[in-house]
Write a protein that binds this ligand. Structure first.
Ligand code: PA5
Length: 452
């Protein structure tokens, strides 16, 4: 179970900002927002009530066993969850060739169309022993589709059957992937209609690659379900979801437009990346639900402790007071090093001797949190007692629910992303897609270039 510490987020310890009492006085509005979200039963909550998606993935167990590699081709919500699960729940050296994976697959996520990146993966895998999981809810996303075509070209050239090496994870009815799958007998997994990309990590989108590499997907659900019960039923003063929502709302309303998530663990870092998309695309909106122009949102930033203490923390402490910081802390690391007691005559080294690396890392986290508080920067800490499926499942549900509750509090729709459409359409025009010529004409470089 996750632990939350909000003590360094309130005026009592910061000398500035909002007090715990003041936040509690506002709790009713957040409790109502949370209730509204839960009562509406969005897809990311509904899926937890069924075993359907877990079973759909588990049905592929014997097929998965044929493969040494699973390569995910997708982007955004169709990739970030896969990366987050892979990095947080498998050892960091899992994909290295000499690591003993006990028959489970390596997982690569190709979420960009940078040819050098694509080549870095494709040139290092044994094609006959590879399954490509093409993930796209819409089935039209240019990056995922282009990489699918590249891979399909590779399979054709190698004389390998697409139906044996491809899996399509897509909308139950719509989209070209569904059409091709039906025509060519390619296996498919379902992205439920009521779950949008960035909320889809616990659907087959995230579950399939996780399962293929040996992650316990049932335990992910158990953690998420426990989380839901925990946050649903607690009264405001003890509810980490309500307190966090109100703190972030207060931050937004007082000009703190940046939300930093800073894990002190390399394995947790990709969860901050996943959060970054969730917070940005869900809350960054021009119009509210009544059509009023609001230009709301909060810019999520990820940082890694202790690395970014030597890059970002100067700014966080002394720069503009426009941030609220969330630390992610891991209490028990799966492996540790005791620092050898060498150079005992050199004081700058001797204090480290006999201490664990994890003790140093977590002391740095606490030291940074206290220093930020001393500088009046609100911060809170989410602690993972250990990194396992249940805790990660709870974390996922917590942030999905928090984001949706924030959407309610900001009176915007957290489930759409109209702001990414125009750029896509201009790109289609640039790439010569039929019916998009007008976008190219209107926005062509020549019309916009400054004549200097
Ligand atoms: O959250 C979202 O909806 C987006 O980030 C999508 O996941 C992303 O654009 C990819 O879309 P698709 O799965 O349709 O290829």
């Amino acid at each position: 179970m996750l632990n939350f510490d909000f003590s360094l987020a309130f005026k009592e310890n910061l000398g500035t900002g909002v007090t715990y009492e003041e936040i509690l006085e506002r709790s009713e509005v957040a409790s109502e927002a949370l209730k509204k979200v839960i009562d509406a039963k969005p897809g990311f909550i509904r899926i937890l009530e069924t075993k359907e998606y877990l079973e759909e993935v588990k049905n592929l167990t014997s097929w998965f066993a044929n493969f040494e590699n699973v390569v995910v081709l997708g982007i955004g919500g169709s990739a970030l969850g896969n990366i987050a699960l892979h990095n947080s729940l498998k050892p960091l050296n899992w994909n290295l060739t000499d690591f003993d994976r006990k028959g489970k697959a390596r997982v690569f996520v190709v979420d960009n169309v940078d040819p050098e990146f694509v080549n870095a993966v494709l040139s290092k895998i044994d094609l006959p022993r590879t399954l490509f999981n093409v993930i796209s809810k819409s089935g039209t996303t240019a990056e995922a589709m282009a990489n699918y075509l590249v891979v399909r070209g590779f399979l054709d050239k190698a004389g390998l059957s697409p139906a044996e090496h491809l899996l399509f994870t897509t909308d139950p009815e719509k989209g070209v992937l569904r059409t091709i799958a039906r025509k060519e007998g390619i296996k498919t997994l379902t992205i439920p209609e009521d779950v949008g990309g960035r909320f889809s990590i616990l659907t087959p989108v995230g579950l399939a690659s996780a399962f293929a590499e040996g992650i316990n997907i049932d335990a992910l659900y158990i953690g998420a379900r426990h989380g839901l019960e925990r946050y649903k039923n607690r009264k405001a003063s003890e509810n980490p979801l309500i307190l966090n929502a109100l703190l972030h709302l207060e931050a937004i309303n007082s000009g703190k437009n940046i939300s930093v998530m800073m894990p002190y663990s390399n394995r947790l870092y990709s969860l901050a990346d996943w959060y970054r998309q969730l917070w940005a695309e869900s809350l960054g909106k021009r119009f509210d639900r009544d059509g009023r122009e609001v230009f709301t949102g909060q810019t999520p930033v990820k940082a890694l402790g202790a690395v970014d203490q030597h890059s970002q923390v100067q700014l966080y402490n002394e720069g503009p007071k426009d941030k609220i910081i969330t630390f992610l802390k891991l209490e028990n690391f799966s492996t540790d090093y005791e620092i050898p007691a060498l150079h005992n005559d050199i004081e700058a080294l001797s204090y480290l001797g006999g201490k664990k690396l994890s003790t140093l890392l977590n002391s740095e986290q606490y030291g940074t949190a206290l220093a930020l508080a001393k500088n009046g920067v609100p911060n809170l800490t989410v602690t993972f007692p250990e990194l396992n499926e249940e805790n990660v499942g709870e974390f996922i549900l917590y942030y999905e629910l928090l984001t949706a509750t924030m959407g309610e509090l900001l009176h915007i729709n957290p489930y759409d992303q109209p702001g990414v459409e125009l750029g896509k359409k201009i790109t289609y025009g640039l790439m010569g897609r039929k019916s998009y010529e007008d976008f190219l004409k209107e926005y062509s470089g020549d019309n916009w270039r400054l004549k200097l």
